[in-house]
Ligand binder design. Structure first.
Ligand code: SF4
Length: 437
């Protein structure tokens, strides 16, 4: 039996795509290996969202090249950098055997046949038209033993945010028919999965035969599913119907990741985000009214071209007034073919040291807020969905609250159980406590 080694970069979409790649390879009698030195086939599932992610890919490729030299392993690059760079990647890394985009995962058998039998290097990066696109159905056996799993509900994005490479790497939006989604969730529940996260680049513009809110309500009805989550959303698609779903169905987990990107209307306009800060805050207030205590996380880009200190101060002020539970903040990184990448100089590139200094200030402010919110949990008894043993201390158990807060605790509840945990300590990233019998 041949062995494959898969290195996944980036977001949950890539994690899910890598699982599908593993299933395709299993059908070709490939077995996974945790060590690249044992592999006959090495696949890197790449991410193009930031320049740094691309640099990581190139440096990893350099390491895998040595394995190729020692045991003639094949090397393939999939994911968003593959889609973006196409043949250029073969020129940049002459030891790479094949390059394939996210739409070509199902073509892996044919690609490998061509590479092995015809001894040619292959590039397969065509987008599949919306009408013809078929979502790979997850093999539930891949998820046996897991408590929580991702389910793809759509791919691509029809928005044109000026900083974002996704429309170029993942193509137009295609929604997966809701019956397929529900069947996959039922399959996952039958092998022990208790929590599903519906994923897509822009899930709340879902159009798979029913609205996204209706999809969430139906997924919550699947027997043995305890919690439903989703990511990622665009504020301008956050409908009243979706907000009402949080009122109606307790199994829709009280956590909303709602990327704001900036606290300045001027910057938001250049980002082509289609909402103002006031509109964003109005949606947030409606959400918090519908489900008091809901955790809200966000994404923020610092140092967008033309961002002044005053613009940045508005982002800081928004962080403080919105009191996000957490945020994923990054410095702006110009991406190829994007409007912000092309117009960076015209709008005013921000010096790297200014970007870094702003990011540090923002993250410091967020750490303080996260710390305060987590400290408020001390003394509470929280329901935790147990995922297994703690990564840091195998003697302890690990799970998450409905708000997606990590909890390490003393106790014996098995994976998949809902444990009641008395919270004793907190940090900005995690809670610690003891299970109540
Ligand atoms: Fe990119 Fe998200 Fe904007 Fe779509 S909505 S273009 S995925 S940032």
């Amino acid at each position: 039996m041949k062995r494959y080694f898969l290195h996944t970069f980036g977001c949950q979409m890539n994690v899910s795509d890598s699982l599908r790649m593993g299933e395709v390879l299993a059908a070709l009698s490939y077995a996974p290996t945790q060590s690249c030195e044992d592999a006959d086939l090495i696949i890197l599932n790449s991410c193009a969202i930031r320049e740094k992610a691309e640099e990581k890919l190139i440096s990893a490729l350099g390491r895998y090249r040595l394995v190729k030299m020692s045991r003639q392993a094949l090397i393939g690059v999939g994911g968003c950098v593959a889609q973006q760079e196409k043949e250029r990647l073969l020129r940049r890394a002459p030891f790479v055997d094949f390059v394939f985009g996210p739409d070509a995962i199902g073509k892996l058998p044919e690609i490998l046949r061509r590479v092995e039998a015809d001894r040619i290097r292959v590039v397969e990066t065509a987008f599949v038209d919306s009408e013809q696109y078929v979502f790979a159905r997850a093999d539930p056996q891949t998820s046996r033993g897991k408590v929580t799993e991702f389910v793809t509900v759509m791919k691509g994005c029809d928005n044109v945010c000026s900083f974002c490479v996704v429309p170029h790497t993942r193509g137009r939006e295609v929604s997966r028919p809701h019956r397929e989604v529900l069947a996959e969730v039922a399959d996952l529940a039958s092998v022990g999965v208790r929590e599903v996260t519906l994923i897509g680049q822009n899930v709340n513009s879902y159009r798979g035969g029913i609205s996204f809110a209706q999809l969430l309500l139906r997924v919550a009805q699947v027997p043995d599913i305890e919690r439903v989550r989703f990511t990622t959303s665009h504020p301008h698609d956050l409908s009243d119907e979706l907000i009402d779903a949080f009122k109606e169905e307790a199994k829709i987990a009280p956590h909303f990741h709602l990327p704001v990107q900036s606290g300045s209307d001027r910057v938001l306009e250049r980002m082509r985000r289609d909402y103002t800060v006031a509109e964003y805050l109005e949606r947030l207030a409606a959400l918090r009214q519908a489900r008091p205590g809901i955790a809200v996380t966000t994404d923020i880009i610092v140092g967008f071209p033309g961002e002044t200190e005053e613009d940045f101060q508005r982002t800081l002020a928004l962080t403080r007034s919105a009191r996000f539970d957490n945020q994923f903040s990054f410095i702006f990184s110009a991406r190829p073919k994007t409007a912000a990448g092309l117009r960076e100089k015209e709008w005013g590139a921000i010096p790297r040291e200014v970007k870094v200094e702003r990011l540090e200030r923002l993250q410091k402010a967020q750490r303080q807020i996260s710390g305060e919110i987590m400290a408020e949990q001390v003394g509470e008894v929280l329901e935790v969905l147990v995922e297994g043993s703690s990564k840091f201390n195998p003697a302890k158990r690990f799970g998450r609250t409905a708000e997606n807060r990590s909890v390490n605790f003393d106790g014996g509840a098995p994976a998949g159980a809902l444990a009641r945990v008395a919270i004793e300590r907190s940090s900005p990233n995690a809670l610690a406590g003891v299970e109540l019998s």
